[in-house]
Write a protein that binds this ligand. Structure first.
Ligand SMILES: [Zn+2]
Length: 274
C-alpha cells in the first residue's frame, strides 16, 4: 500500500484540484459578456453630459460697448460708484449677458456672427480704480473687458502701473491704446498724431508681448486723417464717444459706445439694452 499512498493519492488530489479550477474558470467565462456597442440614444446622452455648453446661436444684431472711466465716488459723472457698478454687473449677469473684449467684438462684427446678449465693458484712461475696484467685481461674475491706457501715464499717481497693466492682461483683460499723453488728435499735426497713435502701440506691445489691436480716441476727438492713421499702424478697431450700439455696418474705426454716467439708476442703465 505504500506506493498507493505515495503516488496515487497525491495524484488524485492534484487531478481534483485542477478539474475544480478549470470548472471555476469556465463559470467565470460564462458570466463575462462583451460590452454591447452604445445605442444612438446612449451616444446622445453621453454628448449631452460632455457638451455642457449649448451650441452658440448667432442671433445678435448689435453689441453695446459700455464706456466707463473711474469706479468710485468722485466729483463728476465719470465716476460710477463701486456699489452701482456691482449692481450693473449683477444685472448683466442675471439677464444672461456675456462679456467679450473689444478685439473679440470687432471680429464678431466683421464676420457678422454676433452671439445674442454680447456686451463689452471698456474703461478709458487707465485709472487705478479699474484694478482696485472694477476688476475684483468683474471677477465675481467672470467678466472680461478692455482697458484703454495712456502709455505715458503709467508712472503717475491714480493711474495703473505697468505691473498692474501686465497683471490685468495676464488675467485675460484686453489692454488697448488711448494714445501716449491723451492729446487732442483733432488739432494735432499728422506727425504728432502718428507719434501718439503708433508710439503707444509700440510701447504697449514691448511691455505686454502681444499685438495691441484696439484704440480709443481721447475725449472722442479726431480729424479727417485720424481714423485712417489708426488703421494704417495696425489697429483693428477704434471707439469714439458717439452714443449707440455697435453693428456690422459701422466704420470699425469709428465705433460708437454706450456711456454709463455715475448718476444713472439701474433702471436707466438697463434701458441702454432695449
Ligand atoms: Zn480719455
Amino acid at each position: 500500500m505504500n506506493w498507493y499512498k505515495k503516488f496515487i493519492l497525491p495524484l488524485l488530489i492534484v487531478i481534483i484540484l485542477i478539474s475544480g479550477f478549470t470548472f471555476f474558470l469556465s463559470q467565470q467565462r460564462e458570466s463575462y459578456s462583451e460590452p454591447s456597442a452604445p445605442s444612438a440614444a446612449n451616444v446622445e446622452n453621453i454628448s449631452n453630459v460632455l457638451n455642457v455648453e449649448p451650441p452658440i446661436e448667432y442671433t445678435g444684431t448689435s453689441i453695446p460697448i459700455l464706456m466707463y472711466h473711474e469706479i468710485g465716488t468722485g466729483p463728476n459723472s465719470l465716476y460710477v460708484s463701486a456699489e452701482n457698478f456691482r449692481a450693473q454687473m449683477n444685472y448683466l449677469y442675471n439677464s444672461g449677458y456675456h462679456t467679450v473684449t473689444m478685439a473679440n467684438a470687432q471680429e464678431m462684427l466683421v464676420n457678422e456672427k454676433i452671439p445674442a446678449k454680447t456686451v463689452v465693458l471698456t474703461f478709458d484712461d487707465g485709472y487705478r480704480s479699474i484694478y482696485t475696484r472694477a476688476w475684483p467685481i468683474m471677477q465675481e461674475f467672470g467678466f472680461t473687458g478692455t482697458v484703454f491706457v495712456c502709455t505715458d501715464f503709467s508712472c503717475r499717481a491714480n493711474y495703473l502701473t505697468w505691473e498692474e497693466i501686465i497683471t490685468l492682461q495676464t488675467a485675460g483683460i484686453e489692454i488697448g491704446s488711448h494714445t501716449k499723453n491723451h492729446i487732442d488728435l483733432k488739432t494735432a499735426s499728422t506727425e504728432r498724431q502718428t507719434q501718439e497713435i503708433f508710439g503707444s502701440k509700440k510701447a504697449l506691445e514691448e511691455k505686454l508681448g502681444v499685438p495691441v489691436k484696439s484704440f480709443c480716441y481721447p475725449t472722442g476727438t479726431y480729424n479727417e486723417n485720424t481714423p485712417q492713421l489708426v488703421k494704417v499702424v495696425g489697429y483693428t478697431s477704434a471707439v469714439t464717444v458717439a452714443n449707440g450700439q455697435a453693428t456690422s455696418k459701422n466704420n470699425f474705426y469709428l465705433i460708437p459706445r454706450v456711456r454709463v454716467p455715475g448718476w444713472a439708476s439701474l433702471e436707466q442703465f438697463s434701458n441702454s439694452f432695449r
